[in-house]
Design a protein around this ligand. Structure first.
Ligand code: AMP
Length: 496
């Protein structure tokens, strides 16, 4: 099938041709005709399938007739992240270059003034993240009564990010007579409920998750202990011909830590995560696009929807706990017909996440050795107390090599000289030690308590000996739980 056969306008076809697209992708084949007919569409498609063009192309054709009135957008696209919203806007600009459509992008972190001025002039297409959209509507800066087409993109991601109530609120402000297009990577029950409630006689179109990007992406995995992950990453970067790369971490806190570590090791590196101001995110991305930084450490949320054609590598510093995120991450390379490499650093306890990923992509990720070291084996059993939450949080924080992270603990030399006990590692476990302490004659324990209280009252934190309490005294910037792990940290909140 060709784009001409889908019934798109000559000006749109010209823009597509200039983009170098020769044939429609499966989601485009299925959705474009339906959207042009004015049908509601429920599209199950992930990024990388060409789903953005499957709604932007027909929308350009539909909106090319008619004019927008001030502050009354004719169509609305809601996207979960600023990056995805910006990406959709970029697509409209590229595909709509031979049309005179006006567009506004409402995203947090950008100046209200510019966005409001654009709205005042009247826009055909409004692309917004839910928070900013609600903000402007509530301040009376925008009227939604003229919206004829609504697109909700990456609804599953909205669900993950807790935006569904916001989306429902916005839907309540729209005229009931409209065309609605809902795109999601999966048909989770909540997404189905949303579709049943807000779509009218929708046509379901569905394409397989893009196992296709994976075809151009060579995948491999190394298995190391968590504390060796940074060293493994550095070794991988050095052994590969990396032109540029995304490095994914599961948590944004780890993004910052890994970024600093790579910077200290002299790599050309930037970071991207959801807590950064939008101006800094945009600037970092531009620098990455221009090749001024080679490596970009990022979280899934920040990287969602990023479309940079020429990325040679993706490194997974952490195995994602959602298998779809893996597909999404590796799809950042091997784009636009180019080859890419995706290398994952797994720890033995990531076994069950690796299995889920392999099941989804339908093949095994080959394990490679790092240097001379034989790879470790994956452990697929559920490790009680070491489980991870949905966000893939390892509860036991990987130990840093000494050179990279000064230990907050008091150095051994500073310990009270009178400490007659063997080093911590050689001590008996607390369970064994405790009864022994309790067997000591009571007066001795009382004398000890008195002595400690004279020394500044350090005793009184449970029954810990004074020197252990001293070990717990940290600088203000250190949060510590001393010798105790609070029970909420030991419980896996997602354990069935
Ligand atoms: P998306 O799934 O919308 O994130 O699109 C993934 C990538 O595919 C983007 O880089 C698009 O520019 C590109 N793309 C979309 N449609 C086509 C097509 N028909 N042929 C080639 N590339 C396409």
């Amino acid at each position: 099938m060709t784009f001409e056969e889908l019934g798109l306008e000559p000006n749109t076809l010209k823009a597509i041709n200039e983009m170098g697209y020769t044939t429609p992708t499966p989601i485009q084949e299925q959705a474009i005709g339906l959207v042009l007919m004015g049908r509601d569409v429920m599209g199950i498609a992930q990024t990388g399938t060409g789903k953005t063009a499957s709604y932007t192309l027909p929308m350009i054709d539909i909106l090319s007739n008619g004019r927008a009135r001030a502050r009354m957008p004719r169509s609305l696209i809601i996207a979960p992240t600023r990056e995805l919203a910006a990406q959709v806007a970029e697509n409209f600009e590229q595909y709509g270059k031979y049309h005179k459509l006006s567009m506004a992008l409402l995203i947090g972190g950008e100046s209200f003034g510019d966005q409001e001025r654009a709205l005042d002039r009247g826009v055909d297409v409004l692309i917004a993240t839910p928070g900013r959209m609600i903000d402007l509507f509530e301040r009376g800066r925008i009227l939604l009564s003229d919206v004829k087409i609504l697109v909700i993109d990456e609804a599953d991601r909205m669900l993950d990010m807790g935006f569904i109530p916001d989306v429902e609120r916005i839907l309540g402000w729209l005229p009931p007579l409209r065309q609605t297009l809902l795109f999601s990577a999966t048909m989770a029950p909540e997404i189905k409920r949303l579709a049943d409630k807000f779509l009218s006689n929708p046509k379901l179109v569905s394409v397989a998750p893009p196992a296709s990007p994976a075809e151009l992406v060579t995948q491999a995995m190394v298995i190391v202990e968590p504390r060796d992950k940074r060293e493994a990453l550095r070794a991988l970067i050095k052994s590969e011909e990396v032109a540029n790369a995304f490095i994914f971490c599961n948590r944004k806190r780890d993004v910052a830590v890994l970024f600093r570590s790579l910077e200290r090791h002299g790599f050309s590196v930037g970071q991207l995560h959801g807590d950064m101001p939008q101006s800094m995110r945009t600037e970092t991305l531009d620098r990455f696009r221009r090749g001024e930084i080679k490596l970009l450490v990022c979280s899934d949320v920040a990287a969602r929807g990023l479309d940079i054609a020429d990325v040679s590598h993706v490194f997974n510093f952490d195995v994602p706990s959602h298998a779809e995120d893996y597909v999404h991450r590796i799809g950042r390379t091997g784009r636009a017909g180019r080859e890419g490499r995706a290398l994952t650093i797994a720890a033995p306890e990531d076994g069950k996440y690796v299995s889920a990923i392999q099941k989804l992509i339908g093949k095994e990720i080959p394990v490679i050795a790092l240097g001379d070291a034989a790879p470790l084996a994956l452990d697929e059993s559920e490790r009680k107390g070491r489980g991870r939450g949905r966000g893939g949080k390892p509860e036991a924080k990987p130990k840093e090599p000494r050179a990279e992270q000064p230990r907050a603990e008091q150095p051994k030399a500073d310990r009270p000289k009178s400490d007659p006990r063997p080093p911590r590692a050689e001590r008996k476990p607390e369970a064994e030690a405790k009864p022994e302490a309790e067997r000591r004659p009571r007066p001795e324990r009382e004398r000890e308590r008195e002595r400690d209280s004279r020394r500044g009252g350090r005793r009184g934190r449970g029954n810990l000996p004074a020197d252990e309490v001293a070990e717990m005294e940290h600088g203000d910037d250190v949060v510590a739980f001393g010798g105790h792990t609070p029970s909420f940290l030991l419980r896996d909140p997602f354990a069935k």
